[in-house]
Design a protein around this ligand. Structure first.
Ligand SMILES: [Zn+2]
Length: 257
């Protein structure tokens, strides 16, 4: 199951501009998607996406609330009380902020439906991936077997150390290695997506760990002098590595306008 969870590991991420990576979503030609890194932010998003006039953020309360965005929104709006957003509206970017949690992209290539969720352990405990697939079926009549899913940079089993209480919460997804107890957040999310009906072959893994991925593994983007002078050359924001509350990766998906 663990290896299956990492199926279709492919080159999802491509350098786009300094601070911003493009996600090339399989069968997602009408979708624009990407993620900022430690030197990127909203400025990089806006500069790269002149056709996107609206950015819609989820408040992110570590719950399982979902909201569909189907009417024109203000240029920048935060939707309260939810951790997942969906849309069929071209030109509106759904945005999730993370620093270790999983930014989960789900899209329906046939119907041009886009969704993005913030999934941490609480979201998994609340079955947010399952609820999202169910919501897409109810709201848009999207069939699970036609959906695709992917995730961007997130903390992986190599680095996600958890406490003893996780043994009971996620018994199938805890690994014991000497004194370390780690959780496979991604394997758990993938299992929920498959249980909800998304085919394993349609789930794509970016293969990037926010906590240990170093820029040496990737080309095309130069870290800022400030970062280099501090001796911190990490690519991604990671709470486990000390990210401050304002330091978050911005993941987005939009249907082309
Ligand atoms: Zn790692």
């Amino acid at each position: 199951m663990l290896t299956q969870a990492a199926a279709n590991k492919s080159a999802l991420l491509h350098p786009w501009r300094p601070g911003l990576w493009r996600m090339r979503l399989p069968q997602g030609r009408v979708m624009l998607a990407g993620v900022t890194d430690r030197i990127g932010g909203f400025d990089a998003l806006r500069a790269q996406l002149p056709s996107i006039r609206r950015f819609v953020l989820a408040e992110q309360v570590h719950g399982a609330g979902l909201t569909s965005i189907e009417t024109p929104q203000p240029p920048l709006e935060r939707i309260p009380g939810c951790d997942a957003l969906t849309t069929s509206l071209p030109g509106a970017a759904l945005v999730i902020q993370t620093a270790d949690c999983l930014p989960l992209y789900v899209w329906d290539p046939g119907q041009q439906i886009a969704a993005l969720a913030h999934v941490g352990w609480r979201g998994l405990a609340a079955q947010l991936p399952v609820r999202l697939v169910s919501f897409l079926g109810t709201r848009y009549q999207s069939r699970p077997e036609r959906l695709r899913a992917a995730w961007g940079p997130a903390i992986r089993a190599c680095c996600y150390e958890v406490g003893q209480e996780f043994d009971a919460r996620f018994p199938a997804w805890i690994r014991h290695d000497g004194t370390r107890r780690t959780m496979d957040l991604i394997g758990c999310a993938a299992a929920q997506l498959r249980a909800a009906g998304i085919r394993a072959g349609r789930i794509t893994d970016a293969g990037v760990c926010t906590a240990c991925d170093s820029p040496g593994e990737r080309r095309g983007v130069i870290l800022s002098e400030r970062s280099e002078s501090k001796g911190d050359t990490a690519r991604w924001h990671s709470v486990r590595r000390g990210a401050q509350p304002e330091e978050r990766l911005l993941s987005f998906i939009a249907i082309r306008a």
